[in-house]
Design a protein around this ligand. Structure first.
Ligand code: KIV
Length: 274
């Protein structure tokens, strides 16, 4: 059960009100069964564009489409009744103009039932965040390592070290002033994460940031050991389901080849039971 112990899904204002309180718990989800598994434990569930990499085998999040986000959002919504669902806006769906961002965000909210959308960017996206919030779209911001900008960031590097820390602080302040109800800090050094957390009025959600953030998020396939292509330092594997799955599949293949499976308990008799 989430710390809010709510009978209804939290609203963005409930999440905002958790600033400085019991840490917010969040994971990504892309399917109904995963969403069902985390519904009692998470305050919000993110349908992340990481779906492109962990479920579809894409090399980055850049080619994730609106259709993919909506399809996975609809699947996750069917598995949630207590946790709020946030859906990522995919690359190219919101950066060019606030009006285009509104049309795409409204479509995601309408077709998935999401409680909020998430988009990447700080000072440069503040105008769009304000435009969306003023028109009824709750926005979670995402700063620091923003994977959709991987080609301009020059790789999956820690962000905000040294002099770059001031710019990241300005990003955090800008998204809060624009009306975002929470901000994800990805791959931001610990001290800077703590400073942002103490200076901005909205909850900070850390991923590779600091235990001092107002909440934490991980990609579910990373923390369950299902996505093993690479492991960032900030990932803790709470299970090794990938390894267990490989052992189970090898045993299935052996059993089929040896005619050990199916066994008598898995087949149907020719006569109807009396
Ligand atoms: O897409 C995603 O999974 C994310 C999280 C890493 C925060 O944005």
């Amino acid at each position: 059960m989430s710390a809010t112990a709510s009978k209804r899904a939290p609203l963005p204002d409930d999440i905002r009100a958790r600033k400085g309180g019991v840490p917010l718990v969040s994971l990504t989800a892309y399917t109904t069964p995963m969403a069902q598994m985390m519904d009692d434990h998470c305050d919000f569930v993110l349908v992340g564009d990481s779906v492109g990499m962990v479920l579809h085998g894409l090399p980055s999040t850049l080619s994730v489409t609106m259709e993919m986000m909506i399809l996975h959002g609809q699947a996750v919504a069917r598995g949630l009744s207590r946790a709020m669902m946030v859906v990522d806006m995919p690359f190219g769906s919101y950066e060019a103009a606030p009006q285009e961002a509104f049309a795409n965000a409204a479509r995601i909210m309408r077709e998935t039932g999401a409680g909020a959308i998430k988009l990447e960017g700080g000072v440069g996206m503040a105008e769009t965040i304000a435009f969306l919030v003023q028109r009824g779209i709750p926005v979670m911001a995402h700063i620091g390592l923003t994977p959709q900008s991987i080609n301009t960031l020059g790789g999956y590097k820690v962000q905000g070290r040294g002099a770059a820390g001031d710019a990241l602080m300005r990003d955090a302040q800008a998204v809060a002033e624009a009306g975002a109800f929470a901000v994800v800090l990805e791959k931001v050094p610990e001290g800077l994460s703590n400073r942002i957390t103490s200076e901005v009025p909205i909850p900070t959600i850390g991923i590779g940031a600091s235990a001092g953030c107002d909440g934490q998020i991980l990609v579910v396939d990373d923390m369950l050991g299902l996505f093993t292509a690479f492991k960032a330092k900030f990932i803790k594997r709470f299970a090794n389901l990938g390894e267990q799955g490989a052992v189970a599949i090898a045993e299935y293949a052996r059993a089929v080849r040896a005619r050990d499976f199916p066994g008598p308990e898995h087949v149907f008799s020719d006569e109807a039971p009396k």
